[in-house]
Design a protein around this ligand. Sequence first.
Ligand code: SF4
Length: 477
Amino acid sequence: MKTFENHTGGAFPNVEFDAAIIGKLSQSGPRYTSYPTADRFQQDFGYGQFLEAVAGLRMRRSQRPLSLYIHIPFCDTICYYCGCNKIVTKDHSKAATYLGYLKQEIDMQGRLFAGMGQIEQLHFGGGTPTYLSDRQMGDLMAHLHANFQFAPDAQGEYSIEIDPRTVSVERVHSLRAQGFNRISLGVQDFDSEVQKAVNRIQPEAETRAVMDAARAAGFRSISIDLIYGLPKQSMASMEQTLDKVIAANPDRIALYNYAHMPHLFKPQRRIADEDLPTPAVKLDLLALCIRRLCAAGYVYIGMDHFAKPEDELAVAQRQGRLQRNFQGYSTRAEAELISCGVSAISAVGATYSQNEKTLEAYYEKLDEGKLPVSRGIKLDTDDLLRRIVIQKLMCNFELSIASIEQAYPIRFAQYFAAELEKLQAFEDDGLLEVDPEWITVTPKGRLLIRNICMVFDRYLNLPRADGPQPLRYSKTI
Ligand code: SF4
């Protein structure tokens, strides 16, 4: 494995910020949590096709580990920047109804996957998973354990996204006792003016108390989410937020680019254009974050993610085990992903399948005794090949051409002749190196990894069956 040395002299991938190149190449593009991307899923893929995919695994006696994703769509209040699929309501009785249906889906999935490997990874996302009460969460976890076999705590990664505004110190201890061993906290920004502008008031002391409680309770990894490009953010405010983040000492940091797309996400219409940092300031904010986090000893994992060198994510990257899925980066390559809940996306065998996106449609399918699959895609050989190429580049910043030729009956230089020609422009800009054995992304190219992967995306230039769509991808940087 070829690597570039980072500032610590360790063999970790590092990153170099080049404003001129970023300015030149910034464009809209997918985040590649899947390939093909979700906007290419097809309506003629339903429950029947999902059952076929699981039957195929059973026939091959697959014992690949299983990964579970549970989607809790509810939130108490709206954050104006949010682009998630969520339901904002203070009527908590809706959660009780939802849980009843969710448990039905878990029962069905549990029966389908019975005897086919153990759960090594569990992730609760949303919305706000801690919208559920302590009792509801305990009940749901017991239900999951009754339907699936889980790897022991020391072996499995069991994570939950929490909103520090919704949990007490006692609740954090309770989550650990219920089986979670990793926790990620939405913070976004510690500055009170920024918090006001996005309708998310979250005092620093509250966040620190939750982090301290998570450490005391024995959570193995604590992650913080930040966003740059929010309204009212400035270099000075970001410096202060970073001081606080670094002092809080999380194991991982996700640093997201705020994508202002009010034509797609209604809550964003409440953000005043004049409060947003200019594109130039936004780039300065990103450069500042990267400089400060790297100086504080964090390793750049890839798209939006930083981790301490000893964190499992960084270790997995060094060992070539890193994978990208709908929750970002993950350490379990090759796991089958079973997702339950409204709008959740599964990745089973050579398929992706997405559940119904509205509660009504989700409940209706379950009432009919069917899994609530609404659309999906069966990958062909070309999709699988391009998926592995994109995954490797995204996760490792390099690709062994020989390993692809061993796994697929192709000559890489012939099959990807057009793509290699396009990569030449990136090579000329110093973003990657191509030789007959490796494609290697340089530290300067790492922030532009989406642009590089887009070269291998066959669908980008294909029209969609349902006609032209409004601009749907965020900026690559
Ligand atoms: S950012 Fe999180 S808490 Fe805020 S509205 Fe979106 S999903 Fe809910």
